[in-house]
Ligand binder design. Structure first.
Ligand code: IPE
Ligand code: IPE
Ligand code: MG
Length: 249
């Protein structure tokens, strides 16, 4: 027993080696560069990105992941050309329609964060149906961030608090991080342990600004369409070397 490698830090109240990744949040980036390097249209990159989503969703439960949040469309992605936006919405629709039976069978609970209810009504109805259908599943929570922006999410939560204060049901003096966090789209989820971004960019791009306060940030050079179970396993290995402190010592 004494020869076992010592943990990086002795587990204490607030610190210790990084334990398991319960909640993994991924900024799936690099579809366009993947397509460009092959002289293909961007749509081909996004299609290949959907295949990577399938691989990662399949691999995640076996790696101990309980919640997998995928940044699929940001509140700023509307700035892209209309054709690309339409392609992305079409792929989302196709992914959910073609995958829902498999997800349901595999115990995956499909959920959405972001202002997804502002998407086209027929798409919203389809997503809502998929959400309801898988609501009782417990093997993996697959959370798709759709029309999601961390600033927008915080603004919506602040608006709710302000409305409650004006209505007299909330004393502004009672507002704290817990109350605000409870109004976010992620209210019933654990905070992400790790935020992973593919394709080398070192930025959050408005993803989970509040929730990632103490997330470990991992960036891989792999472009999202090339991401697979092996790449996921090595990202988790990187996480395992991190010492998390949460402000403690
Ligand atoms: C990520 O790939 C997909 C979405 C943002 C929806 P990109 O389309 O951003 O690919 P790059 O960054 O241009 O390579
Ligand atoms: C972030 O990627 C959004 C998603 C992955 C959905 P972007 O490619 O849109 O981010 P920026 O524009 O490079 O920051
Ligand atoms: Mg990008």
């Amino acid at each position: 027993m004494t020869t076992a490698a010592a943990p990086i830090a002795v587990a204490g109240v607030a610190s210790g080696t990084a334990a398991a990744v319960r909640h993994l949040a991924i900024i799936m980036d690099g579809n366009g560069r993947w397509a460009k390097s092959r002289r293909l249209p961007r749509l081909a990159g996004h299609k290949a990105g959907v295949e990577a989503v399938r691989r990662v969703v399949e691999a995640a439960p076996g790696l101990g992941i309980e919640v997998l949040t995928l940044y699929a469309f940001s509140s700023e992605n509307w700035k892209r050309p209309a054709e690309e936006v339409a392609d992305l919405m079409g792929l989302l629709r196709h992914y959910v329609q073609s995958e829902i039976d498999t997800l349901a069978k595999n115990g995956v609970r499909l959920e959405f964060i972001g202002n997804w209810r502002a998407l086209k009504p027929d798409l919203v109805a389809m997503l809502d149906e998929a959400r309801r259908r898988t609501a009782g599943n417990v093997r993996l929570r697959l959370v798709m961030a759709l029309n999601y922006g961390g600033q927008d999410e915080l603004a919506r939560a602040a608006r709710q608090l302000a409305e409650a204060a004006v209505a007299g049901t909330l004393d502004p003096a009672d507002i704290d991080a817990g109350l605000l966090g409870a109004r976010l789209d992620t209210a019933d989820m654990p905070a992400p342990d790790m935020v992973l971004r593919t394709s080398g960019e070192m930025r959050l791009s408005n993803f989970l600004l509040w929730q990632s306060a103490y997330a470990e940030f991992v960036v891989t050079e792999t472009l999202w369409p090339d991401f697979d179970a092996a790449a996921l396993a090595s990202a988790l290995d990187e996480f395992a070397t991190r010492e998390r402190r949460f402000g403690g010592r």
